[in-house]
Write a protein that binds this ligand. Sequence first.
Ligand SMILES: *Cc1c(COP(=O)(O)O)cnc(C)c1O
Length: 438
Amino acid sequence: MRTIKVSLEKRFPNGWIDRMTALNTVLKSDTEIDYNVSAIRADFPALDLKINGHPLAFLDSGASAQKPVQVLDRMDHAYRSEYANVHRGAYTLSQLATDNYENARMTVANFMNAKTPDEVIFTRNGTAAINLVAYSYGRTFLRAGDEIIISHMEHHANIVPWQLLRDAIGVEIKIAPIDDHGNFLMDEFEKLLCPKTKLVAVTHVSNVLGTILPIKEIVRQAHNIGAHVLIDGCQGIVHDGVDVQDLDAEFYAFTGHKLYGPSGIGVLWGKLDLLNKMPPYEGGGDMIENVTFEKTTYREAPARFEAGTPPIIEAVGLATAIDYVTGVGLENIANYETKLLTYATNHLAEIDGLRIIGRADNKAPIISFELDGVHAHDIGTIIDSKGVAVRAGHHCAQPLMDRYGLVATARASLGMYNNTDDIDQLVDALNYVKDIFG
Ligand SMILES: *Cc1c(COP(=O)(O)O)cnc(C)c1O
C-alpha cells in the first residue's frame, strides 16, 4: 500500500527549474515512482509548521490550499519592485504593473483554453464570479417563470445568488437529485429539463462528497433544449482541470486560493458575445468608455466587469500558481491524488464506527466522514491537538447535509502536497479520538 510514498530528497541548487527537471526524469524513468511529492512539499513553507508539538498534517485544501514559495516570492517581488495601479499611468512602473496584470489574464486564458483573454474576468473570489452572472445575466436574460436547475450538492455560493434572483424577479429553482453514494443522477436531471429551463448551474466537483459531475454531458443535454450552463469550478479546476472550448458551457467560475494561489481573486470565464450582451454589475472607474452626468457608455468585456482597482498582485500570484501546477502537470497531480485517495479511503474504512459520506464512482480527493457518537467539531478539535487539520461543519452545503440527515461532517481534503504520512497521522489521531470517547 505504500508504493506511492517517495522520498527522493535531493539538493536543487537552481530551485524550481532543477526540481522540474528531476521530476520529469523521475516520471520518465520509473513508472512506480511517478510523482516526487517530497520535492513538492519542500516548496510549501507551511508544511514545515509544528502544530501543538506535532508536524502539521494539512488536510483542508478544499477550504483553502497552502501556497508554494514561488507564489509568495513572486508576489513579494511584485509589491517591492513592480507596483503601481494598472491601466492608469503612462509611467514605466504603471506600464509594468499593467503588463503583469494582463499577462496573468493570458496565463489564466491558456490554462482554461479560452478563445481569448477577453473572456477572463478577474473577480474577488469564486462567490463574486457566480453573483456577477446571477445579477447581470440573470436580470437581463431571465424572466418570471423561467427555471434554473441546480444540483443537490451545491455550495451555498451556487444556491443563494439564484435565490436572491428568484426573490427579485420570480424565476423558479429546480433541484437535480443525487443517489445515496453522491452520484449525480443523469436520468433524473434529463426529466427536469423542459422548455422553461433557461439556465443550469451546477458544480464541477462537490466540495463535500468529492463527486466529479459529468459536466460535459450536462452541458450537452442543457444545450439540446436551448438552456445556458454555468459551472462552479472552484473545486473542479483544481483536481480535474478544464478546457472551456471543449466543455462548451457559457460560464465557468473558480477561485484562486484553492488553486494554490492567493485569496482575494477569482475568475469568471464566459463566452465573449454573451459577456458583451450583459450589462455591468458594478459601476466605477476603469469599466467606462465615456462618462457624462447624462449618459455613460461602457467598455467591452472584461473591462466592463472590473470596476475599480482590481486584485493586481493577486492576479500575478494566481498566474504563478498556475505556472506551478502546470509545471508539475495537472494530470500527474490528479493521478497521484487519486492513488492517495484510495490509500486514505482504505485506511479510514478500517476504523471501526467510521462512515464515509460520498462514494461516487468518479471522485476527487475529498473525504467526508462521521465517527459513531462523536460530533464532527469534537473530531476537528481533538485531532488538531495531534497536528491534523481537517474541516468540521456543514461545508457551506446545508441542503446536502439535510439530504443525508446530518448536521455536520468532518472532511479531509487532499492537495498536491499531501502524502501517506499525512493520512497515517490522521488515522492515528482518529484512533486517539476513539480512545477518548471509549
Ligand atoms: C470554495 C467554493 C466556493 C466559493 O469560493 P470562494 O473563494 O470562497 O468565494 C464555491 N463553490 C465551491 C464548490 C467551493 O468549493
